[in-house]
Design a protein around this ligand. Structure first.
Ligand code: ASP
Length: 418
């Protein structure tokens, strides 16, 4: 096979320069710009803007396809690489479970009390609508984008789907072809890295998707949904603040650390979590802050920050549960207690499976929606605010890790080493 990567000189056409310039703008700014443009185009085009919703659906479909393998690889990787053992490890699952349950309860309570989605007046997609959509060429294209990574390789038999997957992995692994694989661990890492690379490509299309979704919603349904979305953002923020307060109270009564000490010592990690939207990227900073600035024992800092960062995503769990309820309210679907229990269960699994990277929660959300029979078509509406809420819930994910570390450290401060 010939290597043609080094043969061609890279020509910088005005187009590539423009793309590079666009991509050098931070993602959140690109999304805000897309949002503003979407509002303008929606007002100008009116109902005609409905066709612009296709990129949003495409992004959703791709995210959904990526979710199961990403969860699989992230969990295998965590189990293979984290040190599990010792007396602290026995207390850890109980603490993690309790915190996540509290987070989901807080989220569901706030969403039930304030009902941010009520009054948005959306109707669930009817089978008739689905049938007419299937006739247009864009819909046919969408139909061929695989719904799951393994589907086209199994018995759904869609060759175009196989090609999509082959091209995506081929491109993602292009730079990795010389990477030596000596152990099974390396193999899992390569698979995970390739998936994360593909996820980044999908995220690059998010501004376009946001533009299309906003334009089509404003054009065909007006601003009611966005009012509801604004209230939803406020509700999520309120729930996250309550969760933060819960952490601080637990720390105050369950460990020697005072809440002020924790906030002061851990602020670098919290700010970094907010600015990167990645608890994995923040992990080393969280660990160092807990050990060096707060003064926890090495083992408790490690357990919370390193193991917790992989499994403990309370902010994500809270958000997924609230999002499911919000969309149910928007389409006027009453979730029974049983369905809400299902939301609790799947949100817990989804938050454990969400890798600590930007937008991971959005990827696993399709799972929560499918489990309770909510139409996933409305998840794109959340894309418009996810860039912001992702940062906020990541900060809470990191704060949850800090909370666990402090509780594991107990009421007795370690003897200071002279
Ligand atoms: N961005 C979050 C994190 O890194 C995960 C999520 O999307 O909820 O913890």
């Amino acid at each position: 096979m010939t290597d043609n990567t080094s043969e061609k000189p890279t020509t910088v056409t005005p187009n590539t320069a423009l793309i590079a310039q666009w991509q050098s703008i931070p993602l959140y700014l690109r999304i805000v710009m897309a949002l503003v443009l979407g509002v303008v185009v929606g007002i100008v085009l009116g109902p005609e803007a409905a066709v612009l919703s296709v990129p949003g659906k495409l992004v959703l479909r791709l995210l959904g396809a990526l979710a199961p393998p990403l969860i699989l690889a992230a969990i295998i990787h965590t189990f293979m690489t984290t040190h599990l053992g010792g007396p602290l490890a026995a207390r850890l699952p109980r603490l993690l479970l309790l915190n996540t349950l509290v987070a989901i309860t807080v989220g569901l309570t706030v969403a039930n009390v304030f009902e941010p989605g009520r009054g948005a007046g959306l109707t669930p997609p009817s089978p008739h609508e689905e049938a007419t959509k299937a006739a247009n060429p864009l819909a046919i294209f969408l139909e061929n984008v695989p719904k799951s990574l393994l589907g086209p390789l199994g018995d759904d038999g869609k060759v175009i789907g196989v090609i999509f997957i082959a091209v995506a992995f081929g491109m993602a692994l292009r730079k990795e072809r010389e990477r030596p694989i000596m152990t099974v661990g390396h193999l899992v890492e390569v698979f995970l890295d390739a998936l994360i690379k593909i996820l980044h490509w999908i995220i690059a299309v998010v501004p376009l998707a946001v533009f299309g979704i906003v334009a089509s919603i404003i054009g065909s349904q007006g601003v009611a949904q966005f009012k509801a979305l604004g209230i939803f953002v406020l509700c999520v923020l309120l729930a996250l603040v309550i969760q933060a307060a819960y952490y601080l109270i637990r720390i105050r009564f369950g460990s020697w650390v005072s809440p002020v000490q924790l906030l002061r010592g851990g602020r670098d990690a919290l700010v970094m979590a907010f600015s990167t939207a990645s608890s994995t990227a923040t992990m080393p900073v969280t660990y160092a802050a807990l050990r060096d600035r707060v003064g926890l024992r090495e083992q408790s800092a490690g357990m919370g920050a390193l193991v917790g960062a992989n499994f403990n995503n309370d902010g994500t769990a809270l958000y997924e549960a609230m999002a499911a309820l919000f969309i149910a309210q928007m389409i006027g679907m009453d979730l029974s207690l049983q369905q809400q229990m299902m939301v609790v269960l799947t949100s817990m699994i989804a938050s454990v499976g969400a890798a600590g990277i930007p937008e991971a929660g959005l990827v696993t959300m399709t799972m929560v929606f499918s489990a309770v029979g909510l139409p996933v078509e409305y998840i794109p509406v959340l894309l418009t605010v996810d860039w912001f809420l992702d940062r906020c819930r990541t900060a809470i994910n990191v704060m949850g890790d800090m909370n666990v570390s402090c509780l594991l450290d107990g009421k007795q401060k370690q003897e200071s080493i002279p």
